[in-house]
Structure formats: C-alpha cells, structure tokens
Design a protein around this ligand. Structure first.
Ligand SMILES: Nc1ncnc2c1ncn2[C@@H]1O[C@H](COP(=O)(O)OP(=O)(O)OP(=O)(O)O)[C@@H](O)[C@H]1O
Ligand SMILES: [Mg+2]
Length: 140
C-alpha cells in the first residue's frame, strides 16, 4: 500500500487507520531519513489505539512505554534507535523480550539498526520526503 500525504495531520490519519488492524498487537518497523515523519506516524498510531498522553520521541532511554487501554497485559512501546551506538546494545535494551509478548504494540524508528533481530512478521513502513510537506508512505 502506498499513500501520499500533504501534512503531518494526514500522515497521522494514515497511521491511525492502520492502527485499527493491530489492536491485538504488532510490530511496526519505520524506515526513513531525518524528518520524514516517523515520530508523527507513531503519534497517529497511538491515537488510533486511544493511548493517552503526548508521544514524544525517546532520546536517552531509546524506549518509552505507554499503557494500552484495550490490553492490560501488554503495552505500546515507542523505540527510537537513532542514538543506538552498537548492535550489541540491543540486547541490553530488552527488545527481544518486548517482541516476545505478541500482544505488545511496538513502533521502531530507525528499524534498519535492528538487522536480523527484526522479526519477519513486522510490518515495514517506508517514509520518504517528496517536498516540504509531502511524504510518501509505503506499507509492506
Ligand atoms: N506530510 C507530512 N507527514 C509527516 N510530517 C510532515 C508532513 N509534512 C510536514 N511534516 C513535518 O515534518 C516533520 C516530521 O518530523 P518527525 O519528527 O515526525 O520525523 P522523524 O522521521 O521522526 O524524524 P527523526 O529522524 O528526527 O526522528 C514534522 O515537523 C512535521 O510537521
Ligand atoms: Mg523521530
């Protein structure tokens, strides 16, 4: 599926719609250069799952978690690997354990840094900058 959006709000709407298919859990791997809208997409996705609170990008911790109103035994995880120094650090972050609970909802910015750790069932979302406010979003 491919979408072209013309504002941050439209990107959030695409994500919000997609989220409806993943109330039971899922892994969304986000790929795209700086400022293409990975965090914006995550915000829309979280909104679609009625996750309350402002989604801001994790920096020092690399991972932020939010309760899921529809899934008390799982959480929404927002992972941003931009500052990941070495693939070895992935083990310490506990990402595998997060993936192991199939009810968790996991959004990962800079998911290419996960390499082979990214599970095959992860939904791959490619964002591209086509102009100041124009983005292409490809979901595979
Ligand atoms: N169509 C669009 N979709 C998404 N964001 C857009 C769009 N048009 C403009 N923008 C702007 O582009 C910026 C996207 O920033 P955002 O933080 O979501 O990107 P990012 O991919 O997470 O960047 P980073 O790699 O730094 O984490 C925001 O300022 C947003 O308002
Ligand atoms: Mg970001």
């Amino acid at each position: 599926m491919k979408f072209i959006t013309y504002s941050a709000g439209e990107t959030q709407q695409v994500a919000k719609n997609l989220a409806q298919q993943y109330h039971q859990g899922g892994i969304m791997a986000l790929f795209g250069e700086l400022g293409t809208g990975k965090t914006t997409f995550t915000q829309g996705f979280a909104e679609g799952l009625q996750v309350s609170g402002k989604i801001i990008s994790p920096t020092f911790t690399l991972i932020r978690e939010y309760p899921l109103p529809s899934q008390p035994q799982a959480k929404l995880y927002h992972i941003d690997l931009y500052r990941l120094e070495s693939p070895k650090d992935i083990e310490q972050l506990g990402i595998r354990e997060i993936f192991d609970n199939r009810h968790n909802i996991v959004l990962i910015e800079w998911a290419d840094k996960l390499g082979k750790i990214l599970p095959p069932q992860a939904v791959r979302i490619y964002l591209k900058n086509l102009g100041q406010n124009t983005r292409e979003i490809e979901i595979r």
